[in-house]
Design a protein around this ligand. Structure first.
Ligand SMILES: Nc1ncnc2c1ncn2[C@@H]1O[C@H](COP(=O)(O)OP(=O)(O)O)[C@@H](O)[C@H]1O
Ligand SMILES: O=P(O)(O)OC[C@H]1O[C@](O)(COP(=O)(O)O)[C@@H](O)[C@@H]1O
Length: 323
């Protein structure tokens, strides 16, 4: 097992990210945002995003190429195509008629609060799903890791991830699942290798609140007992618990000057995958995943600071255990 972290090695693509419901994230800077009142936008920025797209972008900034697949709307695909070209991400998206959704992120820097308004996205037909399955089949040959991220658009059955995970595992692939609600509940039945719910998603899954790190760790262990190899539960500024059959670590970031928390979880997934490909041990995985998430917090949109900054962050992460 490798124990030294190198966030900036150049790696040829072993990774596929899947985003069935990408989004253009429109960030609105509204100091002192108030619900039910007239608010004024001080500044705005639009970034192509969605969970798997963000993972591919962060991987690119860490020096890892990836193939990105899923559905994008043909009417506003250009912003994605430009991003993929800039970051050398292989574009394996199936085009849908219409537009990719625009998700609104209201950033209130005064009160350090972000409000997400996520749209449902365009409808996929069974023909679109067939085209996607064909694409994914062709990606099986030379990719080892499949990262399945985000919500399912209308038209995609709730057990889509479960079926896909089953096929990928039969083909000997490693699968990381980062989703919520029904897609997570049903996806778990097929035993993805790794999951990264945030604490709210895990609470929703279990139908209970997890008030202490001990409760979070117990929930992670129950999932491991059920056949998930590794469980990463992210808890915002409280850090994240990384657990597997052999143990756990609780990685806590130092205080960070946050520009936006949108995409922090996706960055954590990207850093985690990079660490798995480098065959780092659990503590080093937690360090690199957390450092990458910290990097994402310092910018708007899916971009990281330079590799030496991420390297420095890995040393600043506190590693604890839950008593
Ligand atoms: N406000 C914050 N301050 C410091 N680190 C943060 C903050 N928000 C998120 N992070 C880091 O990013 C990781 C993922 O964030 P989280 O909000 O839990 O995920 P998600 O974006 O999936 O909801 C956290 O585990 C933590 O390391
Ligand atoms: O597919 P969902 O669950 O609607 O999430 C989409 C949103 O998630 C994001 O990928 C951000 O995710 P995280 O903050 O969890 O990392 C946004 O880019 C996008 O608007």
């Amino acid at each position: 097992m490798n124990t030294s972290i190198n966030p900036s090695i150049n790696h040829s693509s072993q990774i596929v990210t899947l985003t069935l419901n990408p989004a253009i994230d429109q960030s609105l800077m509204v100091p002192g945002f108030r619900v039910g009142e007239v608010n004024r936008v001080a500044r705005e920025q639009s970034d192509p995003g969605g969970k798997g797209v963000n993972v591919s972008c962060f991987l690119a900034d860490l020096g890892y190429t990836s193939a990105a697949s899923g559905f994008i709307g043909i009417d506003n695909s250009q912003i994605f195509e430009q991003l993929f070209a800039e970051k050398a991400i292989a574009d394996d998206f199936v085009r849908l008629p219409g537009k990719t959704r625009v998700n609104i992120k209201i950033i209130d820097a005064e009160r350090h609060r972000i409000t997400d308004v996520n749209f449902p996205g365009p409808i996929a037909t069974s023909r679109d799903l067939q085209l996607l399955n064909h694409k994914l089949k062709s990606l099986l040959f030379d990719h080892d890791w499949f990262v399945l991220s985000g919500s399912l658009p209308e038209g995609v059955p709730g057990d889509y991830y479960a079926d896909l995970i089953q096929c990928l595992k039969q083909a000997g692939k490693k699968v990381m699942l980062d989703t919520s609600g029904t897609a997570l509940r049903e996806g778990l039945a097929a035993k993805p290798d790794v999951i990264k719910p945030n604490i709210n998603e895990l609470e929703q899954l279990l139908g209970t609140t997890l008030q202490t790190p001990e409760m979070v760790l117990a929930a992670a262990h129950a999932l491991i007992q059920d056949g998930i190899e590794e469980v990463v539960v992210s808890m915002g500024k409280q850090g994240a618990i990384f657990a597997n059959r052999d143990g756990h670590v609780w990685a806590v970031p130092p205080a960070v000057a946050v520009k936006s928390t949108v995409g922090a979880g996706d960055a954590m997934v990207a850093g985690y995958i990079a660490a798995r490909i480098q065959q780092l041990d659990l503590e080093q995985r937690a360090r690199l995943a957390t450092a990458t998430a910290m990097g994402a917090l310092t910018a708007l949109g899916p971009r990281l600071p330079a590799a030496d900054v991420i390297q420095t962050y890995t040393q600043q992460v506190s590693i604890k255990t839950v008593d």
